[in-house]
Design a protein around this ligand. Structure first.
Ligand code: ATP
Ligand code: ATP
Ligand code: MG
Ligand code: MG
Lengths: 249, 249
């Protein structure tokens, strides 16, 4: 059975998508079979992996309009693409009994992958609840500034409710400090606030500010193919090693 | 009657909140009476203006639980704070007839302000539709990278539908390029793509990358009080001048 990890933070622009596809690419290079599940109506993860429109997508699968079928993007890397239609999911499915379990149910039959990484939209709505309910653990990327840190307690509060009521195995895999620049005092200060609050839940690996990570998505390539020597590639490979260490404990 | 402008982009982290409160502060310093209306459940605009919890907030007003009452934050600057409860708004109000008009209705009785600036969450849901329906115009902040630019056509498509069906006076006031660093090739490239697509809808003023803007929110001060000589203060004052120019045409 595949290990399922969600990248979640209702704060926007904190590198959920960048982290999800970079870790997926690193795992695929290590020989693991990885599925990226794009639950964000913006379709950023799908576009970054070079897939724009697909008939079989997270919306049509969750709505039961078609059976799950995944796209083989590159060696060992698969994608269940998003669709703009996901914007309607919360309203359409709010009265469906056990609506938080739809993703878990949809991913159940999947046999051919080792890990499933879920990219979420900047929200704590029904789709994100589906991700938390289907996941073994979640990763919370955060930028080293006050507005990013402000909402984290709300996320942990919601995740704890999901763990209590819907998914007893759910745990916080870690908080990931991203776009970090050690020369900026604000970044140092905020990092120590997060460290004091989350302790060893804060990943040792920090993702440094690195323009290659912002450039890679338009090439349709992972950071490892686009700029293999970059800080981005080094940091995300270190992070992936740290994630695999935690998963194997 | 107050001029109403919304800061909207479903892409996360593109400086909607920073732009909304910085322009509001600049307008207040020029002697205009300005209301910041925080429609984001994250409450970032409210927190940046030093207000955490308030009984009379955007949620309780929209739900008709209490009459509109605004907080006087500093000279000429007022706030209708957000609340975490806004997260439930879309589901709770989806079957209310004319639900997109609730904000317009709630702001109608306001007599004592000249301008209302609305901060939105990273979404195109019901609250954002309320903002578009209540507004004379909207501003779309964007970062100079591919993932930020990708969703802009969807935003314009939704705004056009609101203009056709719910609010004939709605127009795009401008696209704002933010966190711009002229030394980065990606930023120059993306800026020319946006310029080619939006023409003179792109504000002449560009907001440069400036750490003071990320530091200011924790001080509860505007950029003009926190770092008056900073690039952030200069750029947002120039932007405000450009906005006022457009409003007076
Ligand atoms: N380490 C980094 N250094 C510099 N830029 C980065 C880095 N990581 C990501 N970026 C850029 O920052 C922007 C925000 O990242 P991303 O879109 O992954 O965040 P997100 O949390 O998925 O956003 P949303 O909330 O909209 O889903 C992207 O344009 C990305 O290219
Ligand atoms: N010009 C700038 N230079 C550097 N940092 C900035 C600048 N403008 C804003 N920031 C920082 O970037 C982060 C994102 O900005 P902000 O929170 O205003 O975006 P947003 O679009 O409101 O995000 P959300 O989608 O979560 O509502 C904030 O932490 C802010 O402090
Ligand atoms: Mg994303
Ligand atoms: Mg915001």
């Amino acid at each position: 059975k595949a290990k399922i990890i969600s990248f979640i933070n209702q704060k926007g622009g904190v590198t959920k998508t960048t982290s999800c596809i970079s870790v997926a690419s690193a795992m695929a290079r290590k020989g693991l079979k990885v599925l990226v599940c794009d639950l964000d109506q913006q379709c950023n993860a799908s576009a970054s992996l070079g897939v724009l429109e697909a008939e079989i997508n997270a919306y049509s699968v969750l709505k039961g309009q078609c059976d799950l079928d995944i796209i083989n993007v590159t060696d060992n890397l698969y994608l269940l693409p998003a669709s703009n239609d996901l914007a309607a999911f919360d309203l359409e499915m709010s009265s469906e009994p056990g609506t938080e379990f739809l993703l878990k149910e949809a991913l159940q039959p999947l046999k051919q992958v080792d890990v499933i990484l879920i990219d979420c939209s900047p929200s704590l709505g029904l789709l994100t609840l589906n991700a938390l309910t289907a996941s073994d653990s979640y990763i919370c990327p955060v930028l080293p500034n006050h507005l990013s840190v402000a909402g984290m307690s709300k996320l942990v509060e919601i995740a704890d409710k999901v763990q209590r009521r819907l998914n007893p195995r759910l745990s916080l895999l870690g908080v990931l400090l991203s776009q970090f620049n050690s020369r900026k005092i604000l970044h140092q200060d905020t990092a120590s606030v997060i460290k004091a609050h989350f302790g060893d839940k804060l990943f040792r690996t920090v993702i440094r500010e690195n323009i290659s990570l912002a450039e890679a998505p338009s090439s349709g390539k992972s950071i490892f193919d686009y700029a293999p020597q970059s800080n981005g590639a080094i940091d995300y490979m270190n992070l992936t090693n740290e994630i695999l260490e935690k998963l194997l404990q």
